[in-house]
Design a protein around this ligand. Structure first.
Ligand code: CO8
Length: 258
């Protein structure tokens, strides 16, 4: 496995784990971390033995945003051409489901990184927010686009315009967090959720994730048409035959991921 400086990478069964590891900066996302995260996640995505990826940080911070010190003196052209966060944008192209396991601060780019994932598990210590406006900028990694889709226009405007942060319970109530769990159990729950996903048929998981993505990115008519096409095509898979045979035979399915 490749050597990284700012992340820890590990396999646990069919689950790929990526732990952000810049404790001195509360896991602030610098160009190196963004590129390493994009590379490690893409490697897992290309690996058929991996059925789910978990991204997590430390107890104190999932990620406190983009690295302000690294960005502060850049010009618009440098931000555009040398996009330091290109690596993060790769994450939204992956087929494999991503689970964010968030404890502590998930602010700015950290909140946006969590929203790039399919499922957000929040420890009861998690705090989410988009405080960029206090720095004289706006969210730049999807915060003004994914947040309103997740929590609605008015909650998103409250967070983006005032910079206030919300705790895990408010995040779950708003639809930003999928579940809230005690901090001490966060990693265990993340492994369990990821194991459950990774045990399913891989091509069917890819299809479900893509259909959910289309729901966020298209009209209802287009989305329903896409869903129908994919649903029908899944009847060509061995795993569909196995899943339905297992139901009839009253046993657990044994998927072969094809
Ligand atoms: N960048 C760089 N360093 C950071 C960051 C950050 N985002 N956050 C924390 N740190 C550093 C601190 O500077 C400090 O380092 P040092 O000890 O060397 O001064 C260390 O981490 C610990 O932080 P604090 O001492 O501040 O810890 P506190 O517990 O007092 O406070 C907070 C924790 C509240 C999280 C506080 O650190 C904070 O407000 N951080 C900044 C949060 C923020 O504003 N995030 C948004 C950043 S901008 C962004 O994410 C835009 C993304 C879009 C980019 C799009 C490009 C195309």
């Amino acid at each position: 496995m490749a050597e990284y400086e700012t992340i820890l990478v590990e396999r646990r069964g069919r689950v790929g784990w990526i732990t952000l590891n810049r404790p001195q900066a509360l896991n602030a996302l610098n160009a190196r971390l963004a590129s390493e995260l994009g590379a490690a996640a893409s490697d897992f995505d290309a690996d058929e033995e991996i059925g789910c990826i978990v991204i997590t940080g430390s107890e104190r911070a999932f990620a406190a945003g983009a690295d302000i010190k690294e960005m502060a003196d850049k010009t618009p052209l440098e931000m555009e051409q040398g996009n330091p966060f290109a690596g993060l944008e790769r994450l939204s192209q992956l087929r494999t489901p991503l689970v964010a396991a968030v404890a502590g601060f998930a602010l700015g780019g950290g909140c946006e990184l969590a929203m790039t994932c399919d499922i957000i598990l929040a420890a009861d210590t998690a705090r989410f927010g988009q405080p960029e406006i206090n720095l004289g900028v706006i969210p730049g990694l999807g915060g003004t686009q994914r947040l309103p889709r997740a929590v609605g226009a008015y909650k998103a405007a409250d967070l983006v315009l005032t910079a206030r942060t919300i705790d895990a319970v408010e995040a779950e109530r708003a639809g930003l967090a999928s579940r809230v769990v005690p901090a001490a159990e966060l990693l265990e729950v993340a492994q369990t959720v990821a194991d459950e996903i990774a045990a399913k048929s891989l091509p069917v998981v890819y299809a479900a994730k893509e259909a959910l993505r289309v729901a966020r990115e298209s009209t209802l008519t287009e989305g329903l048409r896409f869903e129908r096409r994919v649903f029908v095509s899944l009847f060509g898979l061995e795993d569909q035959k196995e899943g339905m045979a297992a139901f009839r035979e009253k046993r657990a399915p044994e998927f072969h991921h094809r």
